[in-house]
Design a protein around this ligand. Structure first.
Ligand code: SIN
Length: 312
């Protein structure tokens, strides 16, 4: 069974990896993801230039019946230098995605300059979609700002760069963001980040379940799957073929992974369910995926990728 993928000259022996934010904040967590026999890569927690503690707790909550999660972590991370130190020292056959999420355009450009000047030979993810920093809107909902930062970045950046996007909800917005992204030599897009600014209420206490932003936070897990699939599909239909897609959102079963691939995903990230279930989720998902492929008579994901049928 061929469960592999490629982005530019990076080959992935498995298509699953963590989503930035889950099991990737410390070197030990990153090592755990890399050590799994069922991951194809690892992505670091989106870094800011300096260490951040993030938002006050409670800032993460799992809904009943595995419906999903809500979080307002606020980009807690060990700072750019910590992750640069990790990737500089790490010996691994698996590709590493170095994710960054500056709080301003200048932050992002400064970190990209440092990555460009470094020996880092992996892929870089520019996260334009964190919904959880009070007072900081998600850049990728501002089409002009997105084009501006990519224009400035690609004026000097030559390494394989992708963007992490928020979900879009309107066909015109799919058209608009794809038209912008197609202007740049992007290696990949990662879609979707959490659905920003949801609100979950505890029925026992009539209280919000997380503290930051009066309870507003990013939704993940089961409840975001349909939105994630729509974004993967819409962007696959609109982006240049050489811009690969990382599908993220709503993956709790092998069927969910299969659906992401059917919509056109090259790699698939697991966020909420990794937090819920732990590192063993990758083995379970790959086993379930392989069983579905075998039952349908497929021997490779290439036979499935992008093959979603519509009703004539
Ligand atoms: C967070 O740290 O608040 C989540 C990161 C993200 O949504 O990009």
């Amino acid at each position: 069974m061929q469960l592999t993928a490629a982005i530019q000259n990076f080959n992935f022996d498995h298509i699953l990896l963590n989503a930035a934010g889950v099991m990737c904040q410390t070197k030990e967590e990153l090592d755990t993801v890399l050590a799994s026999n069922y991951t194809g890569a690892v992505v670091t927690k989106s870094a800011t230039p300096a260490l951040r503690e993030g938002n006050p707790t409670p800032r993460y909550y799992e809904m009943a019946q595995n419906l999903g999660t809500i979080n307002s972590m606020g980009l807690p991370n060990a700072g750019f230098d910590y992750y640069m130190d990790y990737v500089s020292q790490k010996q691994t056959d698996k590709p590493i995605f170095f994710s960054i999420a500056g709080l301003s355009k200048q932050d992002n450009l400064d970190m990209l300059r440092r990555l460009e000047a470094s020996d880092f030979g992996g892929l870089i993810e520019l996260n334009l979609s964190c919904p959880n920093v009070p007072g900081k809107p998600q850049t990728a909902y501002d089409f002009e700002a997105t084009e501006a930062i990519l224009t400035e970045a690609f004026a000097f950046f030559t390494k394989p760069l992708g963007v992490k996007l928020p979900p879009y909800f309107d066909i015109v917005h799919f058209d608009m963001i794809a038209a912008i992204l197609n202007k740049f030599p992007l290696a990949f897009v990662n879609t979707i980040n959490s659905i920003g600014n949801g609100l979950v209420i505890d029925p026992e206490t009539d209280t919000v379940v997380i503290k930051p932003k009066a309870g507003f936070g990013g939704l993940g897990g089961t409840i975001v799957k349909a939105t994630a699939l729509a974004n993967v599909r819409a962007l696959r239909d609109r982006l240049r073929d050489d811009i690969k897609i990382i599908g993220t959102g709503g993956v709790t079963t092998g069927r969910d992974v299969y659906d992401h691939v059917l919509c056109g995903a090259d790699l698939v990230e697991v966020g909420s369910q990794l937090a819920v279930e732990g590192i063993g989720v990758f083995e379970r998902l790959e086993t379930e995926l392989a069983a579905i492929l075998a039952e349908k008579g497929f021997t490779s994901l290439d036979q499935v990728r992008g093959q979603l049928k519509t009703i004539a």
